[in-house]
Design a protein around this ligand. Sequence first.
Ligand code: COA
Length: 710
Amino acid sequence: MRSLDYIFKPRSIAVVGASRRIGSIGREILHNLIAFDYHGKVFPVNPKADFILSIKAFPTVSSIPDRVDLAIIVVPRDQVLGVVDDCGKKGVKGLLVITSGFSETGDEGRRIEQELDERVERYGMRMIGPNSMGIMNTDLAVHMDGTFAPTLPLVGRIGFLSQSGALGIAILNMARRLDIGFSFFVSMGNKANVSNNDLLEYWEDDLQTDLILMYLESFGNPRRFMPIARRISKHKPIVVVKSGRTLAGALAVSSHTGALVSRQGMDIAIDALLEQTGVIRVDTVQELFDLTLGFSKNPLPRGDRVGILTNAGGPAILATDAAIHLGLKVPKLSERTQAELRHLLPPEAAIHNPVDMTPIPDRSKYEACARLLLEDDEIDSLLVISVPPIMVSAMDIIMGIEGLRREFAKPILAVVMAPEDFFDALNDKFPGHMAIYHFPEPAVRTLAAMERHRQWRDEPLGSVKMFQVQTRAAEVLLAEVRREGRRQLTTPEALHLLECYGLPVAKSVAAASAGEVVERAKSLRYPVVLKAIAPDLVHKTEAGAVLTDIRTPEELDAAASRMGESVSRARSGQAETSAPLGFLVQEHVRGGREVIIGMLQDPSFGPLVMFGLGGVYVETLRDVVFRVPPLTDLDAEEMIRQIRGYQLLEGVRGEAPIDLKALAEILQRFSQMVQELPQVAEIDINPFMVFPTAGEFCAVDARVRLAEES
Ligand code: COA
């Protein structure tokens, strides 16, 4: 048995704190186990009762004469550790702790939870909770409802993980109404021992589970989530409802990257993570159910072409608009299909896609037309819309379409714009019926999500390339900055750091004083750019510390002495001016397109890589995309393609396209750098100049700030 099998496939369960008291959680759990016909042995444990719900009870777990795989603990918090010791003595390997009052309540609770987890580890157990609402496994061989939810689950092929117990109950209720069944339901509680990631891995090869739903409030370990979710979502869709969290104000940032992250909130990190792992994110529980219906009751489409069959114009227009907006196609039907439709329908019917049969088609018309659309090779999925006319029963129409589901391996979704009682009657009459929606938009959104998931599955995984770089030299450089008590690198230092990772930088030389500038710049081609360098000089443009387009050595000489004076004057008002002023002379890079490459460390998420259009307007345009490193080759290419200004990189009005492959490699090198140098808190490379030929690429300016020493 795998360790989590003791929890999810137990052969025997002790309910510790089982009670006769009506309305107590201990009684409800025991009752649900029996009511759902759990297929193993159940032992109520309660020192004060001989029998509970007519089953013999035991005073302690260790006094049970049989083996116990899982103990469900429903005793007051102060009793929990003692019960765990007793379970340890008995050799119990699985725990489900319902009791609350642990880390969710403050320091004292946190301390007890830590103690609880230590004991669980010491006894070699696994534990769900504490503060869990319970677990279910509907597999016929187990049939366990170990929750205190008032509704028993329907059997299905969906694994549901909920980080909120209360919401879990609501979801179970609603799922039953919608005829959605589960293979597993797990309320995770405080996740002291078994994490979301553990559970995902457990479901990876589970033969009862085809679709995974998650309600998340936080990401425990996003780095571990990434490879697991990426792997699983290639063969099982994962749909996540994640409530948003904003970071605004939480980080002290000094870079463009930081400012852009703060402004957009931490949601961008989560979006990036989910996008990179093929996980489908929805914003509401309603949307979660919409998608669940579509995914659980249909095969995936083979492409993006939707056929729409309707008896009313309005909803079909809404559906078409939504489809186009979401990147689906509503193509013309084949000549043959059109001819057959023409033959079948009255002259006023529309035989293009959407096919509008006009108001009063009966079941046989619906069925015949739907069949024609499904047979058409131009169509990958079918949306059937019915606004029930008075004389024809919507139920009848749905029955007709139901028959086609078995014949065609294409998704068929229905929209029935009928009163609520139609849906109630439907569940009674046809359990397991097709996915039916009240309105066109949610149905189309579901089809779009299914198609996106199909594309994700068909895409290769991509690979993370490791480059030969000078990590050691980079570390020495950073250690030197630290030794000087600084966190901000000077521009030459920052550019040198980039070079350690094979990121090209503009040709430049440093000079220690204004007098040396011309001599040092001899190897450069004019025009040049002059920058003043000092550790406390971060915003150089504002401090008058950058002069561009200097054409001759004479101009350079004059510029250097002028800049020396003006910057010294500006710095004289500052408290810390001890560091000597130096200069950087750089060849003036012209003709390229400006991009920004950035990184920000989030305390809980780790590094985030940013790419977008660069230059001085970066914070105004906000045309940037984020990803969580490590970046695969495909991640890097997609980042570039996803910015709004992508066309500018491809070239407009006859411009040559920039070398996108080379730019993707730059992003991967950058990703390697931020992974290998966790002591760096923020990086902005802005602008990074890109050209049609990779040989001309270069970073012109870079800011690097180290993390605070821990
Ligand atoms: N071994 C076995 N049984 C024990 C025990 C022990 N060491 N200590 C107490 N019990 C018995 C009690 O005698 C009682 O049985 P009784 O009704 O026959 O007297 C039963 O366990 C429950 O104890 P009680 O003191 O009545 O507690 P309670 O039922 O009021 O509350 C919890 C217990 C666990 C439900 C409560 O502490 C709790 O945590 N509630 C919140 C749970 C929750 O909502 N979790 C999910 C959040 S999403």
